[in-house]
Design a protein around this ligand. Structure first.
Ligand SMILES: [Zn+2]
Length: 179
């Protein structure tokens, strides 16, 4: 094993010192986020969302953690406004612009899925696996249809130089008149 010269040893110590310092700073920022995300979720659950955001290349701010925990708490379909209202039931308020921007960011990174069911309202799905939907025009309720339940026999070619990237079916339903 090669021995280090005094200069090399010094450099190595400086690097170790900086790394240690960074680590301490990083941990205190992390703990601050854990403490300041002032809602009723247990710390372990918040850590889970921090890991999830990081694994998708998203810096975990307190507001992003709060929005992620709101929509990803259970399998569900929610409009941006519903998510905004739920996120603001406790803790520090989150602005509408932040919620809308964050949902767009999450969708672009594949954490949630944007649903194109209503041109006037943005809806999001906490489940990102391929599946289809019923959309109730009266109640705006969205329910899942298993991907195997719909067989698409497409008798058309995509436009020149294009390939199909996704086939998502939305079946619109209405409440029966007599119910
Ligand atoms: Zn769904």
């Amino acid at each position: 094993m090669a021995t280090l010269s005094a200069a090399q040893y010094d450099t190595l110590r400086q690097i170790q010192y900086r790394t240690l310092n960074l680590d301490v700073k990083y941990r205190s920022a992390y703990n601050l986020i854990i403490m300041k995300t002032n809602d009723n979720k247990p710390a372990e659950q918040r850590r889970k969302f921090i890991r999830l955001l990081r694994s998708h290349g998203i810096s975990p701010t307190m507001q992003r953690i709060k929005i992620a925990s709101t929509i990803l708490e259970r399998p569900q379909h929610l409009s941006a406004d519903q998510i905004l209202a739920m996120a603001n039931t406790n803790g520090r308020p989150v602005s509408k612009a932040t919620v809308y921007n964050t949902l767009g960011l999450f969708a672009s990174k594949g954490i949630i899925r944007e649903l194109f069911v209503n041109q006037d309202r943005a809806f999001y799905d906490s489940s990102t696996h391929p599946h289809h939907h019923f959309y109730n025009l009266d109640t705006q309720e969205i329910t899942d249809i298993a991907v195997e339940a719909i067989h698409i026999d497409l008798n058309a070619e995509p436009p020149a130089d294009c390939e199909i990237s996704n086939m998502e079916v939305v079946i619109q339903v209405r409440n029966k008149k007599n119910s």
